[in-house]
Unconditional design. Structure first.
Lengths: 339, 474
């Protein structure tokens, strides 16, 4: 797939990692239909210490221009993102897509696998289904130019009801995209069906879905789990569709842990082969002798394995920086029981 | 009393039995006799006991009968037959630790927990089977099958404690729990296992596995019974330097309070993908029950869970190896295969790795203290899988073979590392009819709240009323 010749998408690359260290991995945050990168503001600090964070506004949405003649398609959306990656010289991203951003992410992971290191699908589906039988009636508020009315009539299942001021802010952000564009995007997405391509998604994949999501459901999650080879699923009890915007720290935290696991898996594979060669039987024998054990061959063979593996694991443990250096005495504050 | 009535006597809860003993409607001798007969009849198939202490039990029961008759009623455990895991010292009574290293060792002093149970008037029915030294298996001591399904494991290491309680061979038991040894058998045998806060219960006289992780655990058929047993054994003991001087509240008093507004953090496990679907649905159902009772539930992630395997290895194995150093050098042929493997590794764990692990553990405790400002209780599974095949360390989970020694730390061992109270109680069954439990953990020294939530859940369900099919229990 080629890079897009259209004007570059609006994007923000935040980098708070150590400037002197190797370039940090990049998390790409892709909003859903009608959204924009500002909705991810609370996500950035969750990743900022170890990852660069790239936020994009998709074509015609948020602050990204839509030139005349641009037709919405999965290929076009993905090409737009490739153009941004090329511009900022990033080979590979960990793609995090909310809702429609996850649909585009599935297409990207299947189409340009070399550039997608992992895929996090938040509140998304491989094939969109209208929550109402009458699709046009559902979109009517958008056709009349009212984004807020469109979003708020499913407020409970889109945003939850616990924080009205939060809902208002999210809806204001969504209203930055023209209502007509959001309507057109929904009419476009209705015909998208990626179920046949899920098996082509080879990267590690995380699926997070809210239990009370009105636009996707657990059947979609099951499809992902059944068809994507390397997948794990997280269902958030009681949460609505836009859980990525309503509970940014919760969802970003889940994604962060997934990414840490995925990136460390790479590190571990590298360190297993490069940094720490497996212990030899002679070395294990010497260590055991120093400790006072003279082992017969079968026990020595087992110890060689278990000690090698322990030393590799304990490197990860030793990498944890300690907050303080008080003596290792375990004490309990009994006052905690009454907290 | 006919056979069926005697059997029903064996399955009564301590809370139901106590008042009838106090009122002299039943005699401790009668109850003890029923438990001993049932235990002796079925021990060849169940291996729940290493030693059934018939003479001791009957003498203690007669004494209890005499005391109650003369108006000297000691309380809710008076005249109740219980079993003790066979790593708990009993003066004059063989305490084998289920090992061929010293299978006939006879201690000359009682463990503090046994002393306290005797002061409460409890009767020692026998010494329950366990994993060798609470962490290995040896052919010298065959392990009990699961009374719900004989081809499935009864887990461990407090295997005999779990089975004796589940199968009506004791009214309660005391086990030990270093990484889940009390809660894991509670989980698969369908009983209640309660590891109180580190320091709450004395470990003096309990053969150690790992000094800084060992806990002593009541195992019972109901939550109230758990509170009753804990009440008897909790509290400061100068013989155990880890013992806490924290005041011991009335645990029974906390059961029966409603849990409206209780903040519960749901910790599903590492990822849902790594959990048996039957476990997922049992936990989902349990959470629904808690919500219906008014609890507020939010999902939480357990800090440092990804390091638990390494932390537990570094700490437990190093401490165990220092305890068993001479056994390992002088009597290796008497130790089980797993004991050898684990102790060999423990012997060569670098001191710096051990100390660093203890420091990380402290940091982990602080992270949990922060988590416990948001939630009152952490709820979740006690294991990612259902009861596995009997007699092995591996089982299949969602098509993959896994080593049980690597899942324990993330689900149960995590609460030994941080030292908070954690209770497992029956919450449902797998498609193979083996029990699956719900685990509830609370703040340090806040056992009362754990019992409160557990009791509310138990009273809203009837899992604790089921009896296993084996041996005959109907």
């Amino acid at each position: 797939m080629s890079t897009s010749h259209w004007p570059l998408l609006h994007h923000v690359l935040d980098d708070f990692t150590e400037p002197w260290a190797d370039a940090a991995p990049v998390v790409l945050l892709h909003p859903g239909l009608g959204g924009n990168g500002r909705l991810f503001r609370a996500w950035v600090p969750v990743f900022a210490d170890h990852y660069r964070v790239l936020r994009v506004d998709a074509r015609g949405q948020g602050a990204s221009p839509r030139p005349p003649g641009y037709t919405f398609s999965l290929d076009a959306f993905v090409s737009d993102v490739i153009a941004v990656l090329d511009r900022v010289e990033i080979d590979q991203v960990h793609w995090v897509g909310l809702s429609g951003g996850g649909i585009i992410g599935q297409h990207a992971a299947a189409t340009i696998p070399d550039r997608i290191a992992s895929l996090s699908l938040i509140a998304t589906t491989p094939r969109f289904r209208s929550p109402r039988d009458d699709f046009d009636a559902w979109l009517a508020p958008l056709d009349h130019g009212d984004v807020a009315e469109f979003m708020l009539r499913d407020a409970e299942h889109r945003f939850g009801t616990d924080r009205p001021e939060r809902t208002r802010w999210i809806v204001d952000e969504l209203a930055r995209t023209p209502a007509g564009t959001t309507a057109e995007l929904h009419r476009w997405v209705r015909d998208v069906d990626l179920t046949g391509r899920l098996a082509e998604i080879r990267c590690p994949t995380l699926v997070v879905t809210g239990e009370h999501d009105v636009l996707t459901d657990l059947n979609d999650a099951d499809l992902f789990v059944q068809r994507i080879p390397d997948v794990r699923l997280y269902v958030l009890r009681g949460h609505p569709h836009n859980v990525g915007y309503t509970e940014p720290r919760l969802v970003a935290g889940i994604v962060r842990r997934f990414l840490d696991e995925v990136t460390q898996r790479g590190d571990r594979a590298a360190s297993d082969t490069d940094a720490r060669p497996p212990l030899s039987a002679e070395q294990a024998h010497a260590v055991a002798q120093v400790a006072g054990l003279d082992l017969p061959p079968d026990r020595l063979a087992t110890l060689t394995q278990t000690l090698s593996s322990f030393l590799t694991q304990s490197e990860r443990l030793r990498a944890i920086e300690l907050d303080d250096h008080e003596p290792p005495v375990i004490t309990y504050d009994e006052g905690q029981a009454r907290a | 009393m006919n056979e069926r009535e005697r059997r029903n006597l064996c399955f009564m809860s301590i809370a139901d039995l106590g008042p009838r003993l106090a009122a002299r409607e039943l005699s401790p001798v009668e109850v003890t006799q029923a438990v001993l007969d049932r235990s002796e009849r079925h021990n060849d198939e169940l291996h729940a006991y290493i030693t059934i202490t018939r003479e001791v039990a009957l003498a203690q029961a007669r004494e209890a009968e005499r005391e109650i008759r003369t108006g000297n009623y000691r309380g809710p455990l008076h005249g109740i037959p219980i079993s003790l895991k066979d790593n708990i010292a009993t003066a004059g009574i063989r305490t084998s630790c289920a090992s061929a290293v010293a299978p006939d060792r006879i201690p000359n002093a009682d463990a503090t927990v046994y002393t306290r149970l005797r002061e409460a008037g409890a009767v020692l029915a026998g010494k329950a089977n366990l994993f060798e030294y609470a962490f290995s298996m040896t052919p010298a001591f065959p392990q009990p099958p699961n009374p719900w399904r004989y081809d499935r494991t009864s887990s461990g290491s407090s295997s005999g404690s779990g089975v004796s309680v589940a199968a009506g061979l004791a009214h309660g038991s005391i086990g030990s729990d270093t990484g889940g040894s009390g809660r894991a058998p509670a989980n698969v045998n369908g009983v209640v296992g309660f590891k109180a806060t580190y320091g709450r219960v004395s470990r003096a006289g309990v053969f150690p596995l790992s000094y800084s992780l060992d806990h002593v655990t009541p195992m019972t058929r109901t939550v109230v019974d758990s509170a009753v047993l804990l009440q008897a054994i909790a509290g400061y003991d100068p013989r155990d330097e880890s013992s806490s001087r924290a005041p011991v509240p009335d645990f029974h008093a906390s059961t029966g309070r409603d849990i409206a507004g209780m903040r519960i953090g749901l910790a599903r496990g590492y990822t849902r993908q790594d959990i048996d679907p039957d476990v997922v649905s049992v936990i989902d159902d349990a959470i629904n029950v808690l919500q219906r009772l008014g609890a507020e539930v939010e999902e939480v992630q357990l800090p440092y869970v990804e390091h638990c395997v390494t932390l537990q290895q570094a700490i437990m194995l190093a401490e165990a190896a220092s305890i068993h150093y001479h056994h390992l050098r002088e009597l290796p042929d008497r130790l089980g295969e797993t004991a050898l493997m684990r102790l060999d590794l423990g012997t060569v764990i670098p001191a710096t790795a051990y100390i660093h692990a203890q420091q990380v553990r402290k940091q982990m405790q602080q992270a949990f203290a922060r988590l416990f400002t948001r939630v009152d209780i952490i709820a979740g599974p006690a294991a990612p899988m259902r009861a596995g095949e009997a007699g092995t360390w591996t089982t299949r989970l969602n098509g993959e073979e896994i080593d049980l020694r690597t899942t324990g730390p993330e689900y149960t061992g995590i609460y030994n590392l941080i030292g908070v109270p954690a209770l497992v109680l029956p919450a449902g069954f797998s498609s193979e009819d083996t029990p699956i439990g719900l685990q509830l953990a609370g703040r340090w020294f806040d056992e009362a709240r754990v019992l409160q939530v557990a009791h509310a859940y138990e009273q809203a369900t009837d899992w604790h009323r089921r009896r296993p099919p084996n041996p005959v229990s109907g």
